[in-house]
Design a protein around this ligand. Structure first.
Ligand code: S3P
Length: 176
């Protein structure tokens, strides 16, 4: 009797608000697992030959979201064959249908949860984030995003100074 192979889930998506450490933790996690790593924003910047701030300023947020979605779909396809860690952007999962898409492709979602004050401290003075404007709008956006992040399969505390400790927590809770 032949049985259908049990799907091995090898697609991990890190999400959370700007400054939570998705890129740093994702790179370390991929290295530990021996998997490929893609940072959505970095890959968009590489393909466009301009940074996120320029894309927002020159082409607008709707254009950025369209490119973000197209790349996400491409990576979800790639994740069907390759073992892949993807660092999403802070707003990726807040776009319509985003979570459904991740789930439909068997992606494991991990929320890097970090308190607002710590996120603000980390983002302060950085100029590459077009949606980081002032304290009030930062808080409003954070609150608007929380219900999306809370839909993740796993949550790890990301308000740590050592990103390796966050990686350890992910390895523990996801139990690859
Ligand atoms: C955004 C977060 C950014 C980047 C873009 C929009 C957002 O990613 O995708 O500036 O909507 O929260 P990081 O979370 O990596 O900063």
């Amino acid at each position: 009797m032949t049985t259908a192979p049990i799907p091995i889930r090898r697609l991990v998506l890190l999400l959370g608000f700007m400054g939570c450490g998705k890129t740093t933790v994702g790179r370390l996690l991929a290295r530990r697992l021996g998997w490929a790593f893609v940072d959505l924003d970095e890959e968009i910047e590489r393909r466009q030959g301009r940074n996120i701030r320029q894309i927002f300023e020159e082409s607008g947020e709707p254009y950025f979201r369209q490119e973000e979605r197209a790349l996400l779909e491409e990576l979800l396809q790639r994740g069907q064959q390759d073992s892949l860690v993807v660092a999403l952007g802070g707003g990726t999962t807040a776009q319509p249908g985003s979570f459904e898409l991740l789930r439909a492709h068997g992606g494991i979602t991990v929320w890097l949860d970090c308190p607002l004050e710590e996120l603000r401290r980390r983002c302060h003075g950085l100029t590459q984030r077009p949606l980081f404007k002032d304290a009030a709008s930062f808080r409003a956006l954070f609150e608007q995003r929380l219900p999306f992040y809370q839909q993740s399969d796993f949550r790890v505390a990301a308000d740590r100074s050592d990103p390796d400790a966050v990686v350890e927590d992910i390895l523990q809770c996801v139990a690859f």
